[in-house]
Design a protein around this ligand. Structure first.
Ligand code: GLC
Length: 755
């Protein structure tokens, strides 16, 4: 009997045989196109089968592959993570469908964070491209490649706003701004899921980590996150609202504890905000063992209470830990959890499985992978996104671009590291696919013009024995290109650094390079803002490349030799040092704002100065009040002139729309892209608003000498904010609006929202 026929029979006959048995209707099973099929399945499922759907396991939990298969056969598993291989997945799926009692297919999850086999820049780098379409395309490619080996669910996008570059997972985020994180959320969810989740080359997305994970105190991963509701609603929640609006199929809860309650047990955030207010109708998975970790947090007395709290809070599926499997049946018997909560969780999970088409087409076409993985077209997109993610921070005397044929000393511990350039979270990336900077320089500029001496074997290398080779290489060259930064393992989960500096002897390497009297171009590959205060004076030009992925080499060669022009802009503020953290553009004014002429540097304080004789303003005596590089900053080989800001009206009603325009001229010699940013400031409100808020942007291409008028509109959806209770409000009063190159500059206009 075929699987489809068997399932049809069950769905058709069982209700007849058992009459319209009045199984308890699962409360609030979403009214979706699969509601009947879901209800029919729920009516037949035993409690054990229901709990199995709520459990996700790693194959490593089982002594053998056969033990895993037996567990599937016995309806003990609804989802598996970290299993790949089309044939392997098909076999597990076959057992679930043909050998378990009800034949419910498995959902197969995997961290496909910034590419599957073709690796794109880390998400922080993707955000630096400000190119929503290209980010979407990268996710669509990742979905095709992942789906071709049997994965149908990714644990991405990670959209945790963070203002702390010490936090290793900033690498996986879109940085400090809620609008950019919302852009990445939308782009990746549309990319992964396409417009038909049943398409076999799409996969379910997972917006994570809900919520506030990026606010970890001290930047230390998993640390507590004290977040006042006002900031929860205006800073950390907006990307998740956007993710729900983009149709995210799943959401993952976070490890952190918010104001005393673990995110994974936070009933208000999950059931009230995510479900009721945002209307999320997919399923919610815990993070790895984050339910069981509520015991460690000191929130749950034991696994049984953790299971009860997580289910009551609304977590549908438990990843990795087994508190649901071990306790839900007993909790149900004791009346401590309701069957409707279990039915609702299972219904949410089944809904996504139906959406994925797993009941009709559970198997993957095993021939797909060969034709899809690292397809040349995929690599082309990876190269373009890597190019657009790179930020030009400095370019004295137009050191860049170099002319082809220039003799280059290519140095540094990341110049030829096919693995390290991929960045964090690359489970399925293959370093053999990587094209390094050395590869690309030789290909583009010739081996006779490329004098390679890494100087250090890896970023943390303390040995300078390679420095003599570096000196020799520089002696034969016109310029130095130093590829420095962090090994990929130094960012990502649980990789917090208290100090933002280049590890190992990289500063010494740059000092050596700068001592030779030839132009030094510094390229930084890292998972966070790092290491520039102590080194940037040693370089004539600086390209910040994040970890650019498989095509790091061709992308950087194109930029360095002028085949393409840098257009990236910072998605995160670069502090002068960790002592400034947190420092970010959307800060509040304070009652004593620092300005260029009202702060005093520590060296300028007179001996025995009188206590209040100095600038009593919001700054540090040593670092002042501005960062090293502001949010939104990035140079080009060309230059741009902003002029003629105009506003459609200086006074509007709340219900009206405002248009703001300006003229942008390419005053340089290169065709180039410019990311034009729109910021506002609400000058007085019932809750103090930030000095700037990014509200929109446009990435425009301009030929040399060309001018374009950029048009932005603002309406009430842009001009309001959330009160601590989550109510959105637009208040009358005065506003500033900027059209700007970055968060510290721009043309300004003023308008007022009238009563
Ligand atoms: C990890 C991460 C999460 C990831 C999950 C599965 O601990 O926090 O982002 O998706 O476990 O690997």
């Amino acid at each position: 009997m075929t699987r489809v026929f068997k399932l049809a029979l069950i769905l058709l006959i069982v209700p007849i045989i058992f009459g319209a048995c009045k199984a308890e209707k699962a409360a609030s099973v979403h009214d979706n196109q699969y509601a009947n099929e879901i209800q029919n399945l729920l009516r037949q499922m035993t409690i054990e089968e229901k709990i199995a759907q709520m459990s996700q396991v790693d194959p490593g939990f089982y002594q053998s592959a056969d033990a895993l298969k037996e567990a599937i056969r016995n309806d003990e598993i609804g989802s598996i993570l970290n299993v790949t291989g089309a044939e392997n997945v098909n076999e597990l799926q076959r057992i679930a469908i043909e050998e378990s009692r009800l034949g419910i297919p498995l959902i197969i999850g995997r961290d496909v964070i910034h590419g599957f086999r073709t690796i794109f820049p880390i998400p922080l780098g993707m955000a630096a491209s400000w190119n929503e379409e290209l980010v979407r395309e990268s996710a669509a490619i990742a979905a095709k490649e992942a789906a071709s080996v049997g994965i149908n669910w990714t644990f991405a996008p990670m959209i945790d706003v963070t203002r702390d570059p010490r936090w290793g997972r900033i690498a996986e985020s879109a940085g400090e701004d809620p609008l950019l994180n919302s852009m990445v959320a939308r782009a990746m969810i549309h990319g992964f899921q396409g417009d038909d989740l049943s398409n076999p080359l799409t996969i379910a997305a997972c917006a994570k980590h809900f919520v506030g994970y990026g606010a970890a105190e001290g930047g230390r991963d998993y640390n507590n996150t004290p977040i006042p509701d006002y900031y929860l609603h205006n800073l950390f929640l907006p990307p998740f609202r956007e993710a729900v609006n983009a149709g995210a199929a799943t959401v993952m809860t976070a490890f952190n504890e918010i104001n005393g309650i673990p995110a994974t047990g936070h009933k208000h955030n999950i059931r009230q905000i995510l479900r009721k207010e945002y209307g999320f109708n997919g399923f919610i998975v815990s993070d790895w063992a984050s339910i069981e970790e509520m015991i460690v947090h000191g929130y749950s007395a034991d696994g049984k209470q953790a299971a009860q709290q997580a289910l009551e809070a609304g977590v549908d599926m438990e990843m990795a830990s087994r508190t649901y499997t071990d306790n839900l049946k007993q909790l149900l018997d004791e009346g401590k959890v309701k069957m409707e909560w279990i039915d609702e969780a299972v219904a949410n999970i089944l809904y996504v499985k139906f959406q994925l088409g797993l009941f009709e087409n559970p198997y993957v076409d095993v021939s797909l992978a060969d034709s899809l993985l690292v397809h040349p077209q995929h690599l082309e997109v990876a190269k373009k996104l890597a190019e657009e993610s790179v930020v030009l921070l400095k370019n004295e005397q137009n050191t860049l671009p170099l002319k082809k044929g220039t003799k280059v000393a290519l140095i540094g511990p990341l110049a030829h590291q096919p693995y390290e350039q991929l960045g964090t979270w690359i489970f399925d990336g293959d370093e053999n696919d990587s094209q390094t900077v050395l590869d690309a320089f030789i290909e583009f500029n010739g081996s006779n013009n490329t004098h390679f001496a890494e100087g250090l074997k890896y970023s943390r290398d303390q040995s300078t024995t390679g420095f003599s080779d570096v000196s020799r290489a520089i002696a034969q060259s016109d310029v130095v290109v130093a590829i420095v930064g962090e090994e990929s393992i130094l960012s990502g989960e649980a990789k917090t650094l208290a100090e933002l500096k280049l590890p190992g002897k990289q500063e010494e390497l740059l000092v050596l390079a700068a001592s030779k009297g030839k132009p030094v171009i510094m390229v930084v590959m890292a998972g966070r803002p790092t290491g520039l205060l102590q080194t940037q004076h040693l370089a004539d030009a600086i390209l910040y490349a994040w970890h650019p992925g498989t095509m790091a080499g061709p992308a950087l060669a194109n930029l360095i030799f002028g085949n393409s022009v840098p257009s990236g802009k910072l998605p995160v503020t670069f502090p002068k040092g960790e002592g400034q953290i947190p420092i970010y553009y959307a800060h509040n004014m304070s009652g004593r704002p620092a300005t260029a002429d009202n702060w005093v540097h520590i060296d300028d304080i007179p001996v025995q100065a009188v206590q209040h004789s100095l600038g009593n303003t919001n700054h540090s005596l040593d670092y002042g009040f501005t960062p090293l590089y502001p949010f939104g900053y990035g140079l080009s080989y060309s230059s741009f002139e902003y002029s003629n800001i105009e506003i459609s009206d200086n006074q509007i009603q709340v219900s009206e729309t405002l248009t703001v325009t300006a003229t942008i001229k390419n005053t340089g010699e290169y065709t180039a892209n410019e990311i034009v940013q729109l910021y506002i400031r609400d000058l007085s409100a019932s809750y103090v608003r930030p000095v700037r808020e990014l509200k929109n942007y446009q990435k425009i291409e301009l030929q040399p000498g060309e001018s374009k008028q950029v048009n932005f509109t603002l309406d009430k959806s842009d001009l309001g904010f959330y009160k601590p209770d989550g109510t959105y409000i637009v208040e009358p009063g005065k506003f500033n609006v900027w059209i700007a190159e970055h968060a510290e500059t721009g043309l300004m206009a003023e308008f007022e929202i009238s009563e």
